[in-house]
Design a binder for this molecule. Structure first.
Ligand code: BDR
Ligand code: CA
Length: 316
C-alpha cells in the first residue's frame, strides 16, 4: 500500500484533535510533523494541545513547530472559538500538561525546510487559518512548487457560512492568507462546509464507540462534549460536524467525495462578504481551475469509517 507522507498545519481544536487521531489510525498515512497556528484558541493553547495529544498517543517521533499567533491583516476572533471548542480548545478532556517541547524552528521556516528538502514528496494538510502556509509561500518563492498536494479544510461554496452568514471560520479568520494560498499554483483539494456538514457524529455514535472501554473512546467523548453542546444550542442538532477529519478522506476514501475542479477564490474586499469563498462555475472569469473542491460527500459512510478507525485505535 503506498503511504502518503503528511505534514499537518493545525489549530487544535476538538475536530482538529479528531483529524489527528484519524491520521494516526490510518495505515495509508504517515504523519511526519505538526505545525501549529492561531485559530480556534490562542497559539499557546493550540500548541499545548498538539503536544499534549501526541504525548497521550505516545507518539514520540512527530515534531511540533509553533507558527503564527495572529492573522496577516485582521485581528483574531479566538474568543468565539472557546465557545465552540471549550476554554482550552479541547473540550472537557483533561490531558496533563505536555513534558515535550516544540522544536526551535518557527513553523514557517520548518515548512520551507521540509518541503524544499524533498520536492513533491510530501503532502501538506491545513485545517486551521492559512497564515503559516501563506507566509511560507511569500518567504520562499520555491515553496509552492515543492508541495505535492495541499488539502485544506475551509470555505463554504454553495453552503452558508459558520462564522458570518457567508464565510467559513478558517478562511474568514485569515482571508488574505487564503487568497495567497489559493492563487499560489499549489495543487489544492478544498473540503468546504458543503461537504463537512453532511458528516455528523451523533451522541449515539459516541455511546457506540464507548462500548469499548478505552482511553481513546473516552477522549473522543470528552473532546466533543462542548462542541456537541454548541451544535445543539446554536445549530439545532444533537451531534457535531466532522469538519477537519473529513480532509483525511482525500487520502483514505476519496471515492466518498464528489470533487470538481474550478477556479476558486475568496473575497478580500472588506465588505460584508469578506472571507466568502466562491467557485466560478460558469467560467465567467476565464481563469484556469486552481482547486479541486468537494461539493458533496457520502456523509454517513464517512462517519462509519471514522468510527471504525477509532474503534480499532481504541483496541490497540
Ligand atoms: C473549521 O473551523 C474550526 O472551528 C474547526 O476546527 C474547523 O477547522 C470549521 O469551520
Ligand atoms: Ca481546525
Amino acid at each position: 500500500m503506498p503511504t502518503t507522507r503528511i505534514i499537518l498545519d493545525t489549530d487544535p481544536g476538538a475536530d482538529d484533535a479528531l483529524a489527528i487521531l484519524l491520521m494516526l489510525a490510518s495505515p495509508e498515512i504517515k504523519l511526519e510533523a505538526l505545525t501549529t497556528v492561531h485559530g480556534n484558541v490562542t497559539l499557546d493553547k493550540t500548541t499545548r494541545n498538539a503536544l499534549a495529544l501526541l504525548e497521550f498517543m505516545q507518539e514520540k517521533n512527530i515534531p511540533v513547530a509553533q507558527g503564527c499567533s495572529v492573522p496577516l491583516v485582521k485581528p483574531p476572533h479566538q474568543a468565539q472559538g472557546e465557545v465552540v471548542h471549550g476554554a482550552s480548545g479541547m473540550g472537557r478532556t483533561n490531558l496533563p500538561g505536555p513534558k515535550t517541547q516544540t522544536i526551535k524552528a518557527h513553523a514557517v521556516d520548518y515548512l520551507i525546510e521540509r518541503f524544499l528538502a524533498e520536492p513533491k514528496e510530501l503532502t501538506l494538510f491545513a485545517i486551521g487559518p492559512l497564515t503559516n502556509v501563506a507566509l511560507a509561500i511569500r518567504q520562499e518563492p520555491k515553496f509552492a512548487e515543492c508541495v505535492k498536494e495541499l488539502v485544506i479544510m475551509g470555505g463554504a461554496i454553495r453552503s452558508g457560512g459558520n462564522m458570518s452568514p457567508l464565510a467559513e471560520f478558517n478562511i474568514s479568520e485569515d482571508p488574505h492568507a487564503a487568497h495567497i494560498v489559493f492563487n499560489s499554483g499549489i495543487p489544492i483539494t478544498l473540503i468546504p462546509l458543503d461537504a463537512t456538514y453532511k458528516c455528523l457524529l451523533t451522541y449515539a455514535d459516541i455511546e457506540r464507540l464507548n462500548k469499548t472501554d478505552s482511553p481513546i473512546a473516552r477522549f473522543v467523548r470528552d473532546v466533543t462534549a462542548d462542541y456537541m453542546e454548541f451544535y445543539l444550542k446554536y445549530e439545532g442538532f444533537a451531534g457535531c460536524a466532522l469538519h477537519d477529519p473529513l480532509t483525511v478522506a482525500a487520502v483514505i476514501a476519496p471515492e466518498l467525495l464528489s470533487l470538481e475542479s474550478h477556479y476558486v477564490d475568496v473575497d478580500i474586499s472588506g465588505g460584508v462578504s469578506t472571507g466568502k469563498t466562491y467557485a466560478d462555475f460558469m467560467k465567467v472569469a476565464k481563469k484556469p481551475a486552481n482547486i479541486k473542491v468537494a461539493l458533496d460527500v457520502k456523509g454517513r459512510e464517512f462517519v462509519e469509517l471514522f468510527i471504525k478507525r477509532m474503534e480499532n485505535l481504541a483496541k490497540q
